[in-house]
Design a protein around this ligand. Structure first.
Ligand SMILES: [Zn+2]
Length: 485
């Protein structure tokens, strides 16, 4: 078989790895979008590196857009095969791909209007105009290709290819994808006697050993070849208990002592539910001050409904909570807001409160309006709980000593406190990943390991850690590189 690495090589977005078996089947592991600021990544996303018409199937590790975001695009370009994933991943994809189509259509409309202003004498529909990668109709068509299988069920993709999903604890529905491919041993003579099952495991993204709402990653079947993520290959996270204490301390300082608002920019799926769960826990324990908490995001609200559908896939802690609290994502002072007028009304409400809203990097969404309206209020706090890519508003407001920032074209004095908590990450740190891999695998059996989904420095450092743990033949592939196994 061959693997071609088509994305997430020395970077963290655009996951796509194409397997071609000796019998000619083509299997794409993830079909992720390159993500960045607006349309900057448009050209990278259009250049797939393969022909969707000849692709047999997609195996999807989880619903995050950097792993699933180009699925409607390949369907639009003629992909006819099946997309295999877990049921929760399918449900989350329906929501997240629709949201991605909506954002693209909006971005493209804004861009084209700008082009019309800059080139007033060009005909409408001229080459200055661009089109979205896909629309809501393409998403609807793509959703018909999904075929779902539960965790730990070994199923047959083709006569000579088997697939098993194992819970990777990174987000609801996330899976390690273990392929077994029956083909010639490259060192043997071509004959039925020399054929054997080659085992390839793709980690997708790996979760924390101790997450609040998700189980620890489950042990996955032994493999001969491993494709492993490395997002935090050079980092160690805070402990979960510290995170809860930190959050409570920030809530008390902002909302009780300073009587201000606590604004939490948060990704709508995963991070928001985790923060809400921790606040719910603090509420149940009687620690949370009696102040209103608003989840101001239709997408977060819809995603939370999907979390409620899969209690069996949440952590033991959530299962225990469910014995006495039938909704671990809701409590008396928590309000889910979908209506835009209610969202706007929060700006005129001067009472202390917590507002959790998307987007996590402050690039768009309702949170950007809340931050613009409150960043000059010294009573308020903006709490960053996730990764913010360089140059996004979320990253820029964290620059030490920064006094002014432009939001919506207006310079604003920074008087609110800007702070961050690291412990809510959905990715394991290097020690958690090594611990997990060495518990799952007999390391000496793994013949080759490929490091993907990490910035260059994280991948290099992680390679050393893997080497120290006994892995050998470790590569950090380049984009487009083909490896024969
Ligand atoms: Zn992910």
């Amino acid at each position: 078989m061959k693997i071609q690495f088509l994305g997430a090589t020395r970077e963290v977005t655009g996951s796509k790895h194409l397997i071609t078996t000796d019998s000619g089947h083509t299997i794409l592991l993830d079909c992720g979008m390159y993500q960045g600021k607006g349309l900057d990544t448009d050209a990278d996303n259009r250049d797939l590196g393969f022909d969707p018409k000849t692709l047999d199937c997609v195996v999807l590790s989880h619903a995050h857009i950097d792993h699933s975001g180009l699925i409607p695009y390949i369907v639009k370009l003629g992909f006819k095969g099946d997309i295999y994933c877990t049921p929760a991943t399918r449900d989350l994809c329906a929501l997240m791909l629709a949201d991605t189509a909506f954002i693209q259509e909006q971005d493209v409309r804004t861009y084209n209007k700008k082009m019309d202003r800059l080139h007033p004498h060009k005909e409408k529909g001229s080459k200055y105009k661009i089109e979205p990668l896909y629309t809501q109709q393409d998403v609807n068509r793509a959703m018909r290709h999904f075929v779902t299988y539960d965790y730990d069920r070994r199923f047959r993709l083709f006569d000579d290819v088997l697939l098993t999903f194992t819970n990777s604890g990174h987000m609801l529905g996330s899976a390690i994808c273990s392929l077994e491919i029956y083909e010639e041993d490259p060192n043997g003579q071509a004959s039925p006697a020399t054929r054997r099952w080659k085992r390839l495991a793709y980690t997708g993204d790996l979760g924390r050993l101790h997450s609040h709402i998700l189980p620890s990653p489950m042990l996955f079947p032994q493999c001969d070849y491993l494709i492993c993520e490395s997002t935090y290959g050079d980092r160690i996270h805070d402990e979960a208990e510290v995170t809860e204490e930190q959050l409570l301390g920030i809530v008390e300082d902002t909302c009780v002592y300073k009587k201000g608002k606590l604004l939490i920019p948060s990704f709508a799926v995963g991070r928001t539910q985790e923060i809400v769960y921790v606040l719910n826990k603090l509420y149940n324990e009687g620690h949370l001050p009696h102040i209103p908490v608003y989840v101001d995001s239709p997408m977060s609200t819809n995603a939370t409904h999907i979390f409620r559908l899969y209690p069996q896939e949440l952590s033991d802690e959530v299962q225990d909570t469910l014995r006495y609290d039938d909704d671990p994502f809701g409590f008396n002072t928590l309000h889910y807001i979908t209506d835009i007028s209610q969202s706007k009304a929060l700006n005129h409400n001067d009472q202390p409160c917590i507002i959790i809203s998307a987007s996590g990097m402050l690039e768009a969404g309702r949170i950007k309006h809340h931050v613009a309206n409150h960043i000059s209020d010294p009573r308020c706090t903006i709490l960053i709980v996730g990764y913010c890519a360089p140059m996004t508003l979320g990253a820029r407001i964290q620059e030490p000593g920064l006094k002014w920032i432009s939001i919506f074209g207006m310079d604003r004095r920074i008087k609110a406190q800007i702070t961050r908590i690291e412990g809510f990450s959905g990715h394991g740190d290097w020690r958690e990943m090594i611990d997990y891999l060495t518990r799952s695998l007999q390391v000496n059996i793994v013949q080759r390991t490929f490091i993907v989904h990490g910035e260059a420095q994280a991948a290099e450092t992680y390679k050393e850690h893997l080497h120290d743990a006994g892995f050998r033949n470790i590569d950090i592939p380049d984009k487009g590189q083909i490896v024969e196994l």
